[in-house]
Ligand binder design. Structure first.
Ligand code: SF4
Length: 388
């Protein structure tokens, strides 16, 4: 991901530069695309980019391989589809992840829309680029506990609560408007309480860890619902989850998904799309790069783009990940990273291979930046270690 600046969130207005061209990240409003919009987005990816679309861990879509000279035309196309914010600042602040598994029981789309609208206020201009909101209040269980966020709107039994990240409990709210008002009030408190450091960065959890406490009117004692297990591809209550192998799908595959959809496609932070009201993946079974089987070995591997698409990479990654996937035991996971930055999985994994000079260093139970347990492995060496 060369060209990205730490602590700064790229978007459509501020693309990143990589060895294979510009990366243009799009935040679909409410994390959803109508079938027509999804098909239009796929056409833009094929026309102005390399046709490769990445699904990110914050439920965004990234177009790869965009030529600098094509950016203006691509942005015009995104604007025509309603996928472009008015300006870079508005785009950067609209950092809201909405659970894809919402139903009509709570008006969570109104919460997410209200947050996006409220965040356009210049009063929030000082929020760090990574400061985000997670709307995870579908009844029953929280799906997004693994998604980074600073203010969380969650379920608590029959109620909805708003909680600053880092606090174990939150305050009960009665409706979407109250949830938005309280979440934005917590963001205002974060700014006023000195949550942003001199370098422009800061997180709610870190601020609370200093002992800072929001005023009593912004906190509460309600415990959020338990965490749901990670979703798996295939049918589930309310629709169908379609995973993208290694987090990437082709423009053709997205166009096929759009044709199979019955309603707006929801982009998830699990490198999957969720198709409400679609009961079966029969229409998608033959589409390369899509995963509908929850036991597919490719779900046990993660890999960044590696060489040659990223200039930082010490070697290719995705071929090794595909080749090694069948040897990763169920319940385990292998992360193949092009370098120690570990973009595809910043946290630890049971196994991490880090490319270096065309070979791999192996980290056991750590992250790509951690000390390796073995150096200079070939993929065959790595397979024996992972199996053994
Ligand atoms: S982890 Fe992968 S994508 Fe990120 S900088 Fe390294 S090689 Fe590039």
């Amino acid at each position: 991901m060369s060209g990205a600046v730490k602590g700064w969130c790229p978007g459509a207005h501020r693309p990143m530069t990589a060895a294979d061209g510009l990366i243009v990240r799009v935040r679909p409003p409410l994390g959803a695309l109508s079938p027509e919009t999804a098909a239009g987005f796929a056409a833009l990816a094929a026309r102005w980019g390399s046709g490769r679309i990445e699904l990110t861990a914050r439920a965004n879509l990234q177009l790869r391989g965009v030529r600098p000279g094509a950016l203006e035309a691509l942005l015009a196309g995104l604007d025509a589809l309603g996928l472009l914010d008015a300006d870079p600042a508005t785009e950067a602040r609209r950092n809201v992840v909405l659970t894809p598994f919402r139903d009509d029981a709570r008006d969570l789309e109104a919460v997410a829309a209200g947050l996006a609208e409220g965040l356009a206020d210049p009063a929030f201009a000082g929020l760090p680029g990574k400061f985000g909101f997670v709307v995870d209040a579908a009844p029953g269980a929280r799906a997004l506990t693994g998604v980074s966020g600073d203010v969380r709107v969650e379920g608590s039994g029959p109620a909805m609560v708003v909680r600053p990240d880092g606090a174990p409990t939150g305050r009960i709210v009665t409706d979407a408007a109250e949830a938005v008002a309280l979440a934005l009030a917590l963001a205002r408190w974060f700014l006023a309480a000195g949550g942003v450091g001199p370098d422009g960065r800061g997180r709610m959890r870190a601020l609370l860890a200093t002992g800072a406490l929001p005023p009593a009117a912004l906190v509460g004692a309600a415990t959020p619902d338990p965490a749901a297990p990670p979703p798996r591809p295939g049918p589930r209550a309310g629709g169908l989850c379609v995973a993208a192998a290694l987090g990437e799908m082709s423009a053709d595959a997205l166009e096929r998904v759009a044709r199979a959809a019955d309603d707006a496609l929801r982009v998830t932070p699990f490198r999957m799309l969720f198709l409400p009201r679609v009961a079966s993946g029969a229409l998608l079974g033959d589409v390369a790069g899509l995963i509908l089987d929850p036991d597919d070995p490719l779900l046990r591997v993660t890999a960044c783009v590696g060489a040659p698409d990223c200039a930082e990479a010490g070697g290719a990654t995705r071929g090794a990940a595909r080749a090694l996937a069948p040897y990763v035991r169920p319940g385990s996971h292998l992360h193949v990273s092009g370098c120690a930055k570990g973009c595809a999985r910043p946290g630890p994994a049971p196994w991490t291979l880090v490319a270096r000079g065309g070979r791999f260093d192996l980290v056991a139970g750590g992250a790509a930046r951690d000390a390796p347990a073995a150096l200079d492995l070939t993929p065959d060496d790595a397979r024996r270690r992972i199996q053994g």
